[in-house]
Ligand binder design. Structure first.
Ligand code: 6PG
Length: 230
């Protein structure tokens, strides 16, 4: 894992949007299409504003969120809603979207259909962009959660896992990509804002993944991974 520290968010966003754009363009040039797993939450919003302006054959780029809160897609807590407002505009309006949210009442009922949807995306993913919570969660793989062992099983075939996280931002019911799906990637970038979260990521290497899920990403050596922080 390589750390890239920036003096401010603007410089981080410019650098990371440029790098993601380059990797997606390379994917389209090399294979005719590309794929991006897009972090949810609030930190990446400005990144997506910048990425949406990058010149790329977006109609050949597939995008899916790293996880989704099981709320209406017009709810302000919805990652799909955030992506539509912050990424799918300008040049990126033509991007191909693979949503995680369905009309199923629960994420568990959606697992099979969304697993197939994620399996059908261009794989390995060209870019996996993740955030991290101050408790060391990524996507919707939260510490001590009942679904965490299943979600962190790097050898599992499942692409997604239904998760219930009491008290989580945006609602307890979520659908998350699994670690095994996230590691089916050419490159992973973790976007971290603030010294507190940076400290958590630095301390995670020696932690237990069930207590500090980001450790599973930091400890893996299958996919090149960069942390971008400001
Ligand atoms: C989500 C995210 C989640 C997020 C972290 C950080 O849907 O909540 O995918 O993993 O990246 O919780 O969220 P912030 O960027 O809002 O701090």
């Amino acid at each position: 894992m390589i750390e890239h520290l920036f003096p401010d968010e603007a410089q981080l966003i410019e650098a990371l949007a440029g790098q993601i754009g380059r990797r997606l363009k390379q994917g389209v040039e090399a294979r005719g299409q590309a794929s991006l797993v897009a972090a949810g939450g609030s930190t990446p919003r400005r990144l997506y504003d910048a990425l949406s302006q990058i010149d790329c054959a977006w109609d050949k780029v597939w995008v899916t969120p790293s996880d989704e809160r099981w709320v209406a897609t017009d709810d302000h807590h919805s990652n799909q809603n955030m992506l539509h407002h912050r990424l799918f505009k300008g040049a990126a309006a033509k991007a191909r979207f693979a949503p995680l949210k369905t009309d199923d009442a629960t994420p568990l009922e959606a697992e099979a259909s969304i697993d197939a949807r994620i399996a059908a995306m261009p794989r390995p993913f060209d870019v996996v962009c993740l955030g991290m919570g101050s408790d060391g969660h990524f996507a919707s793989l939260f510490p001590f959660n009942a679904a965490l062992e299943r979600g962190l099983d790097a050898g599992a075939a499942a692409n997604v896992v239904a998760v219930d996280v009491a008290g989580a931002e945006g609602g307890a019911a979520r659908l998350s990509l699994t670690l095994s799906a996230l590691l089916d990637a050419r490159w992973i970038c973790v976007l971290i804002r603030g010294d507190q979260k940076l400290g958590v990521s630095r301390g995670a290497a020696q932690a237990d993944a069930l207590r500090m899920p980001i450790q599973a990403l930091i400890a893996q050596d299958r996919v090149p991974m960069d942390v971008h922080s400001a």
